[in-house]
Design a protein around this ligand. Structure first.
Ligand code: CP
Length: 339
């Protein structure tokens, strides 16, 4: 299940120089952010702590490690949250974001991803953010671009900045002490979810007692993954929703990917909502203290009813807002590699 990961250089880039902020100098080994599967817990903490700094200083005194640098965002799949927050983050760090929409670019005329990446670099891009329907596309881009590449979601493979902001939101809302060892349950179409895969890496690395549940057809292969995780990581796979969410501190519903529901034994949308929808009644009975998360976009009335989306348990809007300081942190950590 592991993907290409975050390529490590081992050279240890200092955080302090990049952001002019944290008091301690922390090692950061990675030239790109392609996944979170090779991030250590200390590195996760570095990103989260730096995101706190970014959130505090964003309005008044932002660090500007990308001043004068062009940051290209190449989105070959739809996005609202990730794209806008990466662009806001680049601007907040002093960078000059340039956005490429695949449908109106020369990609639509048959230009290859590699040629597009080389073209963006020739035009002055020094950092590159890539979303693509093909797993591995950001890795490929990183092999043809001399600056840092950040994966904004590739196929079913990975969505590392989403996992970082999910972890950040959990720590912010539950508190660091409660989060260590807390039960968190991801519900739904795990099989097709790049968010779930990156969350599994990040949350189990952090020490969360992670559960995943959903229709059996969406859990295929995850038992083997759970068994293959290092012994100190906790991932439990269950086809029993009640067992999955019972006593959880947080539940995260995944988007039901409508295009995949009808095939291969998957339930209809209505059947999914009836059997797996996280209604307030279900939550109150089985996970009364749980906060509700969702990476978005939400199919209201399917994975979550509108009253839960907008209700007091929901931290979905907070997740979205946290996308900016978390992506600022990731970009700042990579900024020392920008020419
Ligand atoms: N969570 C997420 O990736 O949302 P967008 O598709 O809107 O970027």
């Amino acid at each position: 299940m592991s993907g290409s990961g975050v390529a490590g250089s081992g050279s240890g880039v200092g955080v302090q120089g990049a952001v002019d902020g944290p008091s301690s100098r922390t090692a950061w080994r990675h030239p790109h952010l392609l996944d979170v599967d090779t991030l250590s817990r200390d590195e996760l903490r570095t990103v989260l702590d730096l995101a706190d700094t970014m959130a505090d200083r964003r309005a008044a005194d932002p660090p500007r490690p990308l001043a004068g640098r062009t940051v290209a965002t190449l989105f070959a799949e739809p996005s609202t949250r990730t794209r806008v927050s990466f662009e806001l983050a680049a601007r907040a760090l002093g960078g000059d974001p340039v956005s490429l929409d695949a449908e109106s670019s020369s990609l639509a005329k048959g230009e290859s991803l590699i040629d597009t990446v080389r073209t963006l670099e020739a035009l002055g891009a020094r950092m590159l953010v890539v979303r693509h329907a093909r797993s591995g596309a950001p890795q490929l881009a990183s092999e043809h671009f001399s600056g840092p590449v950040l994966n904004a979601g590739d196929g079913w493979h990975a969505h590392p900045s989403q996992a970082l902001l999910d972890l950040y939101t959990l720590r912010q809302v539950l508190g660091a002490e409660r989060l260590a060892g807390a039960k968190v349950c991801i519900v739904g179409d795990v099989l097709h979810s790049r968010v779930a895969r990156s969350d599994i890496w990040a949350l189990t690395c952090w020490g969360v007692d992670l559960w995943i549940t959903g229709p059996a057809v969406f859990l295929r292969g995850f038992d083997a993954w759970a068994r293959a995780l290092p012994g100190d990581r906790k991932l439990t796979v269950t086809g029993d929703l009640v067992r999955g969410i019972e006593g959880a501190a947080a539940v995260m519903a995944l988007r039901v990917q409508r295009e995949r529901l009808e095939g291969a034994g998957a339930p209809s949308e209505a059947a999914y909502a009836a059997r797996w929808g996280l209604t307030e009644e279900r939550l109150a009975r089985h996970a009364p203290d749980a906060i509700v998360m969702h990476p978005g976009p939400v199919n209201e009335g399917v994975e979550l009813p509108p009253d839960v989306v907008a209700g007091p348990r929901s931290v979905i809007t907070r997740q979205v807002a946290n996308g900016v300081p978390v992506r600022m942190a990731a970009m700042a950590l990579l900024a020392e590699r920008v020419a």
